[in-house]
Design a protein around this ligand. Sequence first.
Ligand code: TTP
Ligand code: MG
Length: 393
Amino acid sequence: MPKRRFVVHLDMDAFFAAIEQRDNPDLRGQPVVIGADPKAGRGRGVVATCSYEARKFGIHSAMPISTAYQKCPRAIFLEPDMEKYISISDRIMEILYTFTHAVERVSVDEAFLDISDTYGHFGTPLQTCLLIKSRIKEAVGLTASVGLAPNKLAAKIASEISKPDGMVEVTPEKLLDFLRPMSLKKIWGLGEKSRLVLDKAGIKTIGELADRNISEIIALFGKTGAYFWQLANGIDEREVEPETEAKSVSNEFTFDEDTSAIPEIGAALLTLCEKVSSRLRQAGQKGKTVTLKIRFANFQTFTRAVTVKEPTNTVEIIYRKIKPLADSFLTKRKKVRLVGVKVSGLLPSDIQATLFKSAGEDRSEKLYQAIDKIREKFGYDSIYRSSTKIGRK
Ligand code: TTP
Ligand code: MG
């Protein structure tokens, strides 16, 4: 008998909006819309997301911002702060990696995990999921919805129907009953056109698709038809595919107020070196190149890199390389806005390396990747039409 699989799908609730509500108590319980500036109904661009309170007015992602304004003019409209959202997303992913290295990041707020080999450390698979939810809540103060199932399709549907702050487990015995009443819309990859074709054949639910003869569905769609039919019958062998190994680990820090105080900058750099070092050690990696990033109050940004003789992950060595690089930039007159430390050219430090990988990546690269993922999924304009800080070079 093949081994029983425990696939988890996790998706944060109203992600961007929930973060803004977390950070500003005045926004809690209020309709909050994240997206382009509505300009009193004349704005262009779209809604990125909105709070559950705003959803009651019929507002949703990808809706023109002007329509959202018409539906609820008193809603609080905010432009996205992608840098903030990505750093929280990174933190969430780090938490997920502590449960298994089989983590597939699907978008900024969504991931699949395969906990088949690791749940034993945490209890039952269901207890493991509840622990994942509570660790995230503790660490970032946000709720996630989680689905646990024998395959990806059912896990994803399970997390979706349990929103917000939900948890649904689908056992192998219940799998088919769980899928049957679901709309075909729940099968991602089965697009609108295919749905219309199935609709014409009198098939509206997953169960109705499952009940047909496979040859009938193949006649409609060719090979893909067989795939859809199998999904409907609970057969979904798709693996959770972890990201390829990180090539660098980095952390950045923005000062509350721009500063030219050398001790303050030194302390921030030391903290960053500690963070990077700890993430490298956790990932079982060492790096050969140490890079400093420094951004001045006027947003002028510099990076300087040095190579170390032996690959390293110790704080002392990283800091000893970073400090002189920083010193060469610091003067009393120029105020610093942000500093960053990166270690790249990573190699496994020992056999352990294969256990927990991918602790981080170059942040801006990751940011662009995340934005790309959203765009891939929801279209180019889904995010960041009225970009302010980042997202455009
Ligand atoms: P989703 O997980 O689709 O939405 P959500 O987390 O806001 O709400 P839900 O509780 O229903 O999961 O997307 C995650 C984030 O991605 C979302 O907060 C904003 C961004 N996004 C866009 O920028 N444009 C879009 O069209 C969508 C759907 C999401
Ligand atoms: Mg979400």
